[in-house]
Design a protein around this ligand. Structure first.
Ligand SMILES: NC(=O)c1ccc[n+]([C@@H]2O[C@H](COP(=O)([O-])OP(=O)(O)OC[C@H]3O[C@@H](n4cnc5c(N)ncnc54)[C@H](O)[C@@H]3O)[C@@H](O)[C@H]2O)c1
Length: 271
């Protein structure tokens, strides 16, 4: 009898030894996924093993989805019947419960109050808030319980006042509060609901603004990290909130803003 037995492998096979992608076997819906933060999120979830339905009003969503080997659905989420179209698409994909819903679709809008006519305000609230609440309401019975995840995309402008984005800011503040409200409703079912509040991200939504030196002075210069964010940096936080790692995070609105909300000053060196 040898004094020391040879070590017994903890793994039965090579397959057991390999870590599984964190979203293997899970299904996700990502809205506004044709480009920008939504496309980066869909890619991240896809690379980590999820089956993803990408929804967007732009035809481009099909190309974006195909490039990931996923499914695209061209749909204006503010139109009546939008939820039914998403549910029908999920039925067609023959997937089980929905594990992850990422409400990312949104439109920008920069106007001061006197210029904010009803059509402007209604469109911002309709797309950025009402459509999100309706889709979540209609998809929530399908969310896995326990274990489902809802991640909403708010904005730093839903958390602080910012001259010139009245309608947008009010809608995004609504998303933050919707996330808290829903966390209390869905928590007992084992579903978490959170939001991210991005700072300035390099997407089509900001590319025109970034040409303005005043915008850069007000919105970019104060960022402690000294730069704007890339979409994949937002996607990484969304994926975290959608993962098992965030099992005890719910009702949170997490700034992903390079420290913008933490400071009143332009960055300066202390060296
Ligand atoms: N870019 C930023 O600096 C920034 C900052 C804070 C928050 N956000 C938020 O992040 C989210 C993503 O924005 P982005 O920066 O990637 O911009 P983006 O314009 O590149 O992407 C938004 C996507 O949403 C889609 N969309 C808009 N309305 C829709 C509708 N009615 N139905 C279906 N799809 C619709 C658009 O077609 C587009 O593909 C938005 O909710 C936005 O408000 C962006």
């Amino acid at each position: 009898m040898p004094r020391h037995s040879p070590p017994v492998s903890r793994f039965r096979s090579t397959e057991d030894a390999l870590p599984k992608p964190r979203f293997a076997g899970r299904t996700a819906v990502v809205t506004g996924a044709a480009r920008g933060i939504g496309a980066a999120t869909a890619l991240r979830l896809s690379q980590d093993g999820a089956r993803v339905l990408l929804v967007d009003q732009l035809d481009q969503v099909e190309e974006t989805a195909n490039a990931m080997g996923q499914t695209g659905l061209i749909l204006d989420l503010a139109e009546p019947g939008a939820s039914a179209s998403v549910l029908a698409q999920l039925d067609g994909m023959d997937v089980g419960p929905l594990d992850i819903l990422v409400n990312n679709a949104g439109i920008g809008g920069s106007r001061l109050l006197p210029d904010s006519d009803d059509a402007h305000l209604l469109r911002l609230i309709e797309v950025n808030l009402r459509a999100v609440i309706s889709l979540t309401r209609d998809l929530s019975p399908r969310l896995r319980r326990p274990g489902g995840r809802v991640v909403n995309v708010s904005s730093i402008f839903g958390m602080i006042g910012n001259a010139g984005t009245i309608g947008y800011g009010v809608a995004k503040a609504g998303i933050a509060q919707f996330s808290r409200q829903l966390a209390t409703e869905l928590g007992p079912k084992g579903i978490t609901v959170n939001a991210i509040a991005p700072g300035v991200v390099a997407t089509e939504m900001t590319q025109e603004h970034l040409k303005s030196s005043r915008y850069r002075q007000l919105q970019v210069a104060p960022i402690p990290l000294g730069r704007i964010s890339q979409p994949h940096e937002q996607a990484a936080v969304i994926a975290f909130l959608a993962s098992d790692e965030a099992s005890f995070v719910s009702g949170a609105v997490l700034p992903v803003d390079g420290g913008f909300l933490a400071t009143r000053h332009a960055p300066f060196s202390t060296e």
